[in-house]
Design a binder for this molecule. Structure first.
Ligand SMILES: *[C@@H]1O[C@H](CO)[C@@H](O)[C@H](O)[C@H]1NC(C)=O
Ligand SMILES: *[C@@H]1O[C@H](CO)[C@@H](O)[C@H](O)[C@H]1NC(C)=O
Ligand SMILES: *[C@@H]1O[C@H](CO)[C@@H](O)[C@H](O)[C@H]1NC(C)=O
Length: 369
């Protein structure tokens, strides 16, 4: 009788302590970054910086960014006109020699909010309020150091108050029905051109508990485009996260919409993934940026260069899929990737009940032994 009781008790206690569902992004990232694949890619990336300068890739990129700034300011790219708006904020996009050194973003974890099946489109705002953010990204093959055309570059970021579309929402905005699943705001895919570049119009991300302000990045290689402007097939050759300058974050967070969010801001240096990316790669994962107008509200242009290993194929597990009949959430393990208040409450009560049962059972066993 006692042995039986002990066995059942042990089973119960392992059940409660080893519960799955917690998604340790940091641990997954560390295992990823230490893989020989990533280590090798890192060394190759280091050698590309020089080539990018010598072959004029960065001069073309600077011209492209200048054209973007001009188009937002309603100015044609005539040299004379440009001189008159030479304010310090534009300095960095004017010429490549003045631009900060080329940034090569390394691999990072996918996180729990990726939704597959998203649409190919440049403007992903869907009318979400916030500071407009034009994102210019360029993919470089880490083996040849040349730009990569035909990459289907995907991004996703949270809105001004820290919510992601397309997934079951956090407790803080939960409206009882999962209408958020059908939303697509701040998610989209773009094809890179012959310079390996593509642009998005999104809004500057807000923040949510435990994470620094960031944008998720994924690169589909060899994908096929479907008639409904989604992609299928191919492989995921790059997964990354882009971060922002802490002073820029502070400025944005003090504007309308962002400042209504009472969640404490996690600075870059307190963010586990930021620190892992930073220390493991030796590269600075912070986006370069400039303002699109005289006030912050006019918007921001941010840019980066991402090294990609075309032979890499990463495992990418999505939280949900966008389909022709809306968003469909996936369940991994015991818990959905993004538990709502109700799930957390049920989970806590359930665990309490199991502990109580285990304790009563043990007392009963000890008495009867
Ligand atoms: C992006 O789309 C939104 C509507 O979803 C629209 O209001 C906005 O003007 C567009 N932005 C640009 C720069 O085209
Ligand atoms: C962000 O999204 C959530 C959920 O979709 C929504 O409730 C909230 O109002 C949005 N934030 C802003 C600033 O519109
Ligand atoms: C696009 O088409 C594919 C193939 O028919 C389908 O599986 C998918 O659900 C569609 N996606 C959307 C957003 O309509």
């Amino acid at each position: 009788m006692f042995t039986f009781c002990l066995l059942v008790f042990l089973q119960l206690s392992t059940l409660t302590t080893a519960h799955p569902g917690s998604h340790d992004e940091s641990a997954y990232f560390r295992s990823l970054i230490s893989s020989s694949l990533v280590q090798e890619a890192r060394q190759k990336l280091a050698r590309c910086s020089d080539h990018i300068k010598r072959s004029g890739i960065d001069t073309r990129a600077a011209a492209r960014r200048r054209a973007i700034v001009n188009s937002y300011r309603g100015i044609s790219d005539a040299g004379g006109l440009f001189k008159s708006i030479r304010s310090s904020v534009f300095q960095e996009v004017l010429s490549s020699s003045e631009s900060p050194p080329c940034l090569l973003t390394p691999e990072a974890t996918i996180g729990p909010f990726w939704v597959d099946g998203e649409l190919i489109r440049s403007n992903v705002t869907d009318g979400e309020p916030g500071i407009p953010l034009v994102l210019d990204g360029e993919f470089i093959d880490i083996h040849t150091c040349e730009p990569v055309e035909d990459v289907y570059w995907e991004i996703w970021n949270c809105n001004a108050t820290g919510s992601y579309s397309g997934v079951e929402d956090f407790g803080h905005h939960h409206d009882g029905h999962d209408s958020n699943l059908d939303k697509t705001y701040l998610r989209g895919i773009q094809r890179t051109d012959k310079d390996g570049a593509a642009q998005f119009i999104t809004v500057f991300p807000g923040h949510y508990p435990g994470r620094a302000t960031h944008i998720h990045v994924l690169a589909h290689v060899g994908a096929t485009v479907l008639p409904n402007k989604t992609v299928t097939g191919g492989q995921v050759a790059h997964i990354g996260q882009l971060f922002f300058d802490q002073n820029l974050i502070a400025a944005v967070e003090s504007t309308a919409h962002y400042k209504t969010n009472n969640v404490r801001i996690t600075p870059n240096i307190k963010d586990g993934i930021f620190n892992d990316v930073n220390s493991a790669s030796g590269y600075d994962p912070i986006l370069s940026y400039t303002r699109l107008g005289h006030s912050l509200e006019d918007g921001i242009l941010a840019w980066t260069t991402m090294g990609i290993d075309l032979s890499a194929s990463y495992k990418a597990e999505s939280a949900a899929t966008l389909t022709d009949h809306g968003g469909v959430a996936h369940f991994h393990g015991w818990l959905p990737h993004q538990p709502g208040t109700r799930e957390i409450l049920v989970g806590v009560l359930g665990l309490g009940l199991v502990f109580w049962l285990a304790r009563s059972f043990r007392q009963f066993c000890v008495r009867s032994a």
